[in-house]
Each structure stands twice: as C-alpha cells, then as structure tokens.
Design a protein around this ligand. Structure first.
Ligand code: HAM
Length: 421
C-alpha cells in the first residue's frame, strides 16, 4: 500500500459537517460589519517579507520566529501573511485609498499563518476577521470606542457572552520611547532573574519582556508598578476621553498597564479580549491604534485603528448554538432501472435549474437501496421513476415524513415543485 499523506501539523480540515458553522459566522459577522459601514477588502495571502519586518517589528516573535517563508533564492523573498493589518496598509498606500474618502473603513476575513508550536487554540494556519479604519486626522476617542464596541458586538453576535476587555495606552512614538526607558530601568534591577531571552529583549525591544511566556519573567513583570508617567498631557487626555466614551456607552473594561501587545506598530490605545474557558491561549481578539504605520511604510501621514478576532478560538469558546445548517435535500430522485436514468437525470437538472436542492444516485440499483440512500441524506421527498411511469408521462412524489404519495405529470414542473413544498 502506498504511504498516506497527513494534514500539516497546526492546520485543520473544515469538513462539510462543520463548514456551515464557518459560513454562519461569516454571514453574521458580515451583517454586523456592514451595519457599522465597513467594506470588505481582500489581499493576497503572501507578501514581501520586508512588509512584515517593517510593520510588525524585526524583534517581534511573529517576525523573528514565526514567519512562514516561501522558498526563494532572493535574500528578501515572500512569506505567508501572519496577520492582516500590514497587507491592508500596503494596499491602502498602493491604491491611494486616502484619495477616495477621508476615512476608509475596511474589513477582512481569511487565513493567517504563524509557525508556532501548535497547541489548543494555537494553530499554524488560523483564521481572522478584522477591521481597519484609516484616514487623515481621524484620531478620535469615538472611533477607538467604535472599533472596541464593534469587536464586542461581533463576539456577542457570534455567540460569546462572557469575556473580559482589557485596555491600555502606549501614547505617541515619543511617549513610547519614554515608556521603554522606564521599563528598562525597572527591569534592570531584576535582570539577573530574567530568562536569557528576556535579558536579550531588555536591550533590543524591552516591550517584548512584558509578553514573555516564561513563568519566571511573568512573575517579575506582574510585580512591576508601571503606571502612566510616560504619557504626555495630550496622550493622557486622549486615553481619559476614551474611557469616558466607553463609560458613556456602558462598555465594561479593565485597565492593564502591562498590556503592550506583541506587534510594534501600536501607538495610543491598545486592547485585548479574553475568555476564561480557553486556558493558556485565552485571547479571542485584540487590536489598537497605529498612527505611524502608514507613513512608516511610505504612505501619507494618516491615523489608523483596528482589531482582529481569531475564529477558531471563538468556535472553541462559544457554547453550542442552534446553527442554521443550510439548505437540506428537498428531493431524491430514484431511477428504477437503467433505461430510466436519462429521464430521471433530465428531471433532476430541470428541478435544479428552478432552484430545488435535489440529487440522485447516478446508477440504477434496487428501490430498497436507493430509498435507504434517500433516508441517509435526510431527503424530504422522493420521486420514483420507472419505465411504466416514463411511458405514461407521470411521476410519483413521496413525502418522506407523512408517507403520502401523489402523482403528477412529468412535464408539469410547476406542479411537481408545488408538491415538494
Ligand atoms: P493578534 O493579537 O496577533 O493581532 O491576533 C489577533 C487574534 O488572532 C488573537 O487574539 C487570536 O484570537 C488570533 N490568533 C493569533 N494567533 C493565533 C494562532 N496561532 N492560532 C489561533 N489564533 C490565533 C493581530 O493580528 C493584529 N493584526 C490585530 C489588529 C488589527 N491590530 C490593529 N488592527
């Protein structure tokens, strides 16, 4: 026997019995996103590596360790996208979307790729639904609050009710520099006790120490009193206004001065949404403001804010729902012998062209075995056709629930469709 080929680790097949769940999620999410007046953008699933290293940061885990690079002779080749923001910004700049409207509100769905060690809720190919709102002079606590409220609305509509929203602010690029200095000096005192990796991060990108998964590092980080002394007056006022808007909306949040997020592009607002029953990988979504990314990538000076939710984690976290399972099989057509196949096939195609979900077995076999197949497929009706019926030009429509059988002329397609209702 030839050797079997298996699914790559950290990926998953979405089989027909699950794919309707994904379709429902997309359908519900799309409807919420459109209500908030966001429009869909689709970008390639691979991009130049430079796009990711310049936006997410050379020293971020995602770029440093997790980029799935495509084989190439070139030094700077391509990599599968680990997230959606960088590609959306690349496209915004390249297509001069800033010229089209003052505020561009975009959403996306799609697979993202990170070469992580797979575990529950952590995959190498996973799916995100995300939004980005980009435009000149569009920083407003109301827009930050909209993006946060939208992420929570999406989660609620997708069947999650019990989650925690954490928020923080990093301030401007200048404030972030001051923040980094404060962190460095606070962590310097504990340097000896930090993991080797975090000792190295302390010099290269101190924020990454706060994201460390090492328990020793986490213990040290937990005890740090960070506060907001690094913020300028304006940045602090912006953060306070945002909290005021969230309070006004009745959105519950926790403030966390340790929340910095693992990607370098954030400025000002950052947030993360977690769910208790997910274990170690408890973040179902995250986002924030990134007011310098577009210009850092060669575009105009515009402000931006966005988030992404992880669909696999949402599916893991939500309780069982009454999900719409899609269209069932309206009718199964049975050909009693070989000579009827053409007549049955013609009728099948006519029904399909009229929008009736229908199927057949494509070969003649005993009535019993075809009825068994119809039952297995949960067909609501069966149409049985033999030589006799074809000669007389009639079909018998059987309702599988009630067992009732009614005859109709084979040429009266309206009548047949009526009997199937
Ligand atoms: P992120 O926090 O890296 O942010 O990812 C967002 C969400 O994607 C996470 O909260 C999680 O639910 C899901 N996710 C991330 N990695 C994995 C994985 N390996 N397996 C399963 N799910 C995963 C971003 O991607 C930013 N682009 C969000 C953003 C948009 N910020 C501004 N705009």
């Amino acid at each position: 026997m030839s050797q079997k080929i298996s699914l790559p680790r950290g990926t998953a097949d979405i089989l027909p019995q699950e794919s309707f769940l994904w379709q429902n999620i997309e359908k519900k999410a799309r409807s919420v996103l459109e209500t908030y007046h966001y429009k869909e953008i689709r970008t390639p699933i691979f991009e130049e590596i430079g796009l990711f290293s310049r936006s997410l940061g050379e020293s971020s885990e995602v770029v440093n360790k997790q980029l799935l690079r495509l084989a190439s002779d070139k030094k700077d080749g391509f990599a599968l996208r680990p997230e959606g923001t960088a590609s959306v910004v690349r496209s915004y700049i390249e297509n001069r979307l800033d010229k089209q409207e003052p505020l561009t509100k975009l959403f996306y769905f799609g697979p993202m790729f990170r070469g992580e060690r797979p575990q529950k809720g952590r995959l190498r190919q996973f799916h995100q639904v995300g939004v980005e709102a980009i435009g000149e002079n569009t920083s407003s606590p109301y827009l930050d609050a909209e993006v946060i409220a939208l992420s929570l609305d999406l989660l609620k509509n997708l069947g999650l009710n019990d989650f925690t929203l954490k928020i923080n602010t990093l301030g401007t690029t200048e404030d972030k520099k001051a923040f980094a200095e404060i962190l460095k000096s606070k962590l310097q005192e504990h340097k000896k006790h930090l993991s080797d990796e975090s000792q190295e991060r302390l010099d290269r990108n101190v924020f990454r120490v706060l994201d460390s998964k090492n328990p020793k590092d986490q213990d040290i980080v937990k005890k740090l009193k960070i506060g907001h002394s690094y913020l300028s007056k304006e940045s602090l006022a912006y953060y306070q206004e945002l909290k005021g808007v969230l309070d006004g909306l009745g959105v519950a949040y926790q403030e966390s001065d340790h929340l910095v997020r693992g990607l370098d592009y954030y400025t000002h607002t950052v947030f993360e949404i977690s769910v208790a029953n997910l274990g170690a990988q408890d973040a179902v979504g995250a986002g924030g403001r990134y007011n310098t990314l577009v210009s850092d990538l060669g575009g105009p000076q515009v402000d931006a804010v966005g988030f992404a939710l992880g669909i696999e984690r949402i599916l893991l976290a939500r309780e069982k729902q009454d999900d719409d399972q899609g269209k069932g099989l309206k009718v199964f057509l049975v050909a009693l012998d070989e000579g009827c196949l053409q007549g049955v096939f013609n009728l099948l195609q006519k029904l399909r062209q009229r929008g009736v979900t229908s199927d057949m077995s494509y070969k003649s076999s005993s009535l019993k075995s075809q009825m068994r197949q119809a039952n297995k497929l949960a067909a609501q009706h069966v149409i049985i056709l033999g030589q006799d019926e074809l000669a007389k030009g009639i079909v018998t429509v059987k309702n599988m629930d009630s067992g009732h059988q009614i005859e109709s002329s084979i040429n009266d397609i309206e009548q047949i469709i009526h009997l199937l209702e």
